[in-house]
Ligand binder design. Structure first.
Ligand code: FAD
Length: 540
């Protein structure tokens, strides 16, 4: 077996990284710092990933800006100030560009280049990576930083090609912006993106028709400008904050109150929920009690509280009724909003329940449901993503014996990974924020930094130990995948059809693909694996 050889040719790299979002850029930085050659390939024409593509009105982060940034550089933490509690997309994109410039990252990123396939060559222990430009490159390590939410999903509506107006997907928004003035706009989808976009579009459009399949729980974000004094304090205490983030459940330095909803009287619960509602933000309601995402009866209480708020906010009772969610609270992506339910009180907004009367087709002039036709000048698809595995499956990734990742994880057989970082049969391939890691149920910046640091430490270890190949063992992978499922099955997450389960994509195998044990526990497990010489992996 050949030992690790540092590459110096123009087309042979120590590592190829796919994607120039937060993950790919930090991976590049760390690889460079540790002395490896790396090339990043990015389909877009600039850095940013999610924040490059999702330029729809109202797009912003639901994790407080002071926690949603890189923490690896003290200098960077001191230099950057977030203007608001929840940063909007343009500001996050400016931040990523600032980071790319500060660390001179662009010179190793090839933009406008899509990775089409990656094949492992067992004789050479190298990956051959095919680009859409026709070029091929090779690398010892193949690292996917493709994001969990980068494969946008436009459901196959009959007749879309006939539509005479404009249409856009929120995850692929035109850079020059979209003019809604004087237009009859239809928006399909009321997930997180839809709920962010609807209030903003409603203010500009002549009329907005919202096509809703599943009513959602959403609570107020209560966004505010950041007070400079507050930022100063945060900076002073950032090492403590970072430690808390890293050892928390979700990557946000907060924990649920250690009390069951049934330990409080109905009046006290009401007071607690009301306080959380008034405070706003992502976790205040969820963290009010420790059993809301575990016991159906506990969940029903918080769910009813939110429904009462919707009834209180939406003036027309028949509209409010259509907006009432009925699934377990928190088992779809938790949503926070600015004036979402209030928007339904506007005269220029109407709500169409497409569960009751499904969309039959898109016509030249609008949307036709089972019981009506809606004339539209523009359609906005806020229909989300083929999450987690979607971006990976868009690349034809083939490991040992030419087996493709898609085949390995196909059909009824569930996605199987070891720690969400690697998968058996695919040596020297690492997935940043891969399936079965905390990923989308965490503050992703914390998860990204942890994965990138683990992977770069692993590659350095391989080099130091003169090892050429690392591959997840099948039994370690089975144990990990089963563990992920066991934890998920103890919660209510698996009881709801959500994109976490793959339920939003026709024909996609259902399975919960996120490790729910918490980012702190996950970090400890990954660290122990490394300390024990990468136990669960075969190194040769
Ligand atoms: P991405 O940012 O998705 O970047 C992946 C990049 O890979 C993309 O630029 C893509 O073009 C590129 N790529 C993919 N496949 C290929 C290929 N085959 N060839 C070349 N390039 C390829 N996370 C939070 O923690 N908090 C939030 O509040 C939050 N809000 C979000 C809101 C929206 C609307 C969305 C879509 C996501 C949100 N996220 C949030 C998740 C967000 O994706 C992550 O926080 C983070 O930005 C992911 O960074 P990444 O680099 O891993 O992936």
């Amino acid at each position: 077996m050949s030992s690790f050889q540092k590459s110096n040719s123009l087309t042979d790299f120590d590592a190829v990284v796919v994607g120039a979002g937060f993950s790919g850029l930090y991976m590049l930085y760390r690889l460079r710092e540790t002395g490896f050659t790396a090339r990043v390939f990015e389909a877009g024409d600039n850095v940013g990933g999610t924040w490059y593509w999702n330029r729809y009105p109202g797009a912003r982060c639901d994790v407080e800006s002071i926690y949603y940034n890189y923490t690896f550089s003290e200098e960077l933490l001191k230099e950057w100030s977030w203007s608001a509690k929840y940063a909007e997309q343009p500001e996050i994109l400016s931040y990523i560009n600032y980071v790319a410039d500060k660390f001179d990252l662009r010179r190793d990123v090839q933009f406008n280049t899509r990775v089409q396939s990656a094949q492992y060559n067992e004789k050479k222990n190298r990956w051959t990576v095919q680009l859409n430009s026709g070029e091929k490159v090779s690398a010892q390590y193949f690292i996917t930083a493709v994001g969990c939410l980068s494969a946008s999903n436009v459901p196959k509506f009959k007749g879309l090609e006939n539509f005479k107006g404009e249409w856009h997907h929120t995850g692929h928004w035109p850079h020059e912006g979209v003019d809604f003035q004087g237009k009859r706009v239809g928006i399909i989808g009321t997930g997180s993106s839809g709920i962010q976009a609807i209030p903003v579009i409603a203010k500009e459009a002549k009329h907005l028709t919202v096509f809703q399949r599943t009513p959602q729980y959403s609570s107020p974000a209560r966004n505010t400008p950041n007070d400079p004094e507050h930022l100063k304090n945060i900076r002073k205490n950032y090492s403590d904050i970072r430690a808390k983030m890293r050892h928390s459940i979700t990557g946000i330095p907060e924990e649920p109150r250690n009390i069951s909803v049934f330990d409080d009287s109905p009046e006290e619960r009401q007071r607690v929920f009301e306080e959380a509602w008034q405070k706003g933000g992502l976790l205040n309601l969820t963290y009010s009690y420790n059993d809301l995402s575990i016991t159906p009866e506990a969940n029903a209480i918080v769910a009813e509280f939110i429904r009462s708020k919707i009834r209180e906010t939406v003036i027309k009772p028949e509209v409010a009724e259509k907006l009432l969610p009925r699934f377990y609270y928190g088992t779809k992506r938790t949503i926070i909003d600015t004036d979402y339910f209030e928007t339904y009180n506007r005269d220029n907004v109407s709500l169409v329940d497409v569960k009751e009367a499904p969309i039959q087709e898109i016509t030249a002039t609008g949307v036709k449901t089972e019981d009506a036709e809606y004339e539209l000048d523009m359609i906005v698809f806020a229909t989300g993503f083929d999450a987690m595995t979607g971006p990976l499956f868009k690349i034809d990734i083939r490991g040992k014996d030419g087996v493709s990742l898609k085949e390995k994880w196909a059909g009824g057989s569930h996605t199987r990974t070891y720690l969400g970082l690697g998968t058996a049969g695919f040596p020297n391939m690492f997935m940043l924020t891969g399936p079965e890691s905390p990923s989308v149920l965490s503050n992703m910046m914390v998860s990204i930094e942890q994965h990138v640091e683990w992977v770069s430490d692993c590659i350095s270890y391989m080099c130091d130990q003169n090892q050429a190949v690392i591959e997840a063992k099948e039994d370690a992978e089975n144990t990990w995948s089963n563990h992920c499922r066991e934890i998920a099955d103890q919660t209510l997450f698996t009881k709801t059809n959500s994109w976490y389960m793959g339920a939003n994509i026709e024909g996609k195998a259902r399975g919960f693909q996120i490790y729910l044990g918490g980012v702190g526990t996950y970090r400890t497990i990954c660290d122990e694996v490394a300390e024990k010489g990468y136990v669960g992996f075969i190194l040769t």
